[in-house]
Design a protein around this ligand. Structure first.
Ligand code: NAD
Length: 271
């Protein structure tokens, strides 16, 4: 159990995994701040204080973090959950569409991380928990931009983790399998510039349906996030759902042909 004064900040907390995670963190004893792009229209959640935030707006991100610190004194846990998908063949996704995905899924994570890190360093502790995906580990046809964004989140998280560990701060990953939330609809709503192209919709839906079948629930993902937030000796990566767990294990044994495999001691990263 977290002590009552520990503060957790969850982005995109008004729906799906973020909502369930915010509630699970309240149950685990955290003071929870949730963000939503329109807090006034979010269904209230017991024990969660909502603030407005669009993670693509840099000035709003800094202002939000200062507001939370001003009101609650600290941020112990940041859950970068806000995210969006993009379906469609790689050659048909426009650069603007892909940039839209990266602006939320990758640069959103970076903006939030940059804003909270100085506070966590000063506190001498903290956990940043980034929602990746099973698609942060494997390819996904007709989901290339989304897959690339989540692979980017993986690389960014592991790299920053090595930078900040010595200050008592960890940057961890949660990798859900396909989870039945509003994610697909939110990523393809008709007014969205990120909507799927009709002719590819069926294939993309089959890919997603396969992922959801081997799937996960917001509750299991939320449990993984709470474990990442509270484990005394946290792991770098938390995975949930049968498909994601299998992929996560198999990835470690993926065949690779190594040339010139000599690695000098000085090039190894400390673990
Ligand atoms: N649903 C799945 O199958 C699945 C699988 C693996 C990983 N994930 C990841 O889990 C996370 C949550 O997804 P979900 O399934 O709960 O879907 P969801 O659509 O219910 O939640 C996404 C949240 O992000 C918010 N959001 C979108 N753009 C934003 C922006 N610019 N600024 C602030 N908030 C924004 C939305 O308002 C929404 O609340 C995402 O990062 C997603 O990539 C989902």
């Amino acid at each position: 159990m977290a002590s009552t004064q520990q503060v957790a900040l969850v982005t995109g907390a008004s729906s799906g995994i973020g909502r369930e995670t915010a509630l699970a963190l309240v149950k685990a004893g955290f003071t929870v701040v949730g963000t939503s792009r329109d807090a006034s229209r979010s269904t209230p959640l017991d024990g969660v204080t909502f603030f407005d935030l669009d993670v693509t707006e840099e000035a709003s991100v800094s202002a939000l973090v200062e507001q939370v610190i001003g009101r609650f004194g600290r941020i112990d846990v940041l859950v970068n959950n806000a995210g969006i998908g993009l379906m469609g063949a790689a050659e048909e996704n426009s650069v603007a569409q892909v940039r839209g995905v990266f602006d939320i899924n990758v640069f959103g994570v970076m903006r939030m991380t940059k804003a909270v890190l100085p506070h966590m360093r000063a506190l001498g502790r903290g956990r940043i928990i980034n929602l990746s995906s099973v698609y942060g580990l494997i390819p996904g046809p007709y989901l290339a931009a989304y897959v690339a964004s989540k692979h980017a989140v993986e690389g960014y998280s592991e790299s920053v983790d090595h930078e900040v560990r010595e200050h008592g701060v960890r940057v961890l990953l949660v990798e859900p399998g396909g989870t039945n939330t509003g994610f697909e609809a939110n990523s393809t709503r008709p007014d969205s510039p990120l909507r799927v192209y009709d002719k590819q919709r069926r294939i993309a839906e089959q890919v997603l349906a396969a992922a959801v079948e081997g799937g996960d629930t917001p509750a299991t993902v939320a449990r993984a996030v709470v474990a990442a937030a509270t484990d005394s000796k946290p792991k770098q990566r938390y995975t949930s759902g049968p498909l994601a767990s299998r992929v996560s294990m198999l990835r470690r044994f993926a065949p690779v042909r190594i040339f010139d495999g000599q690695m000098r001691k000085s090039h190894r990263l400390a673990n």
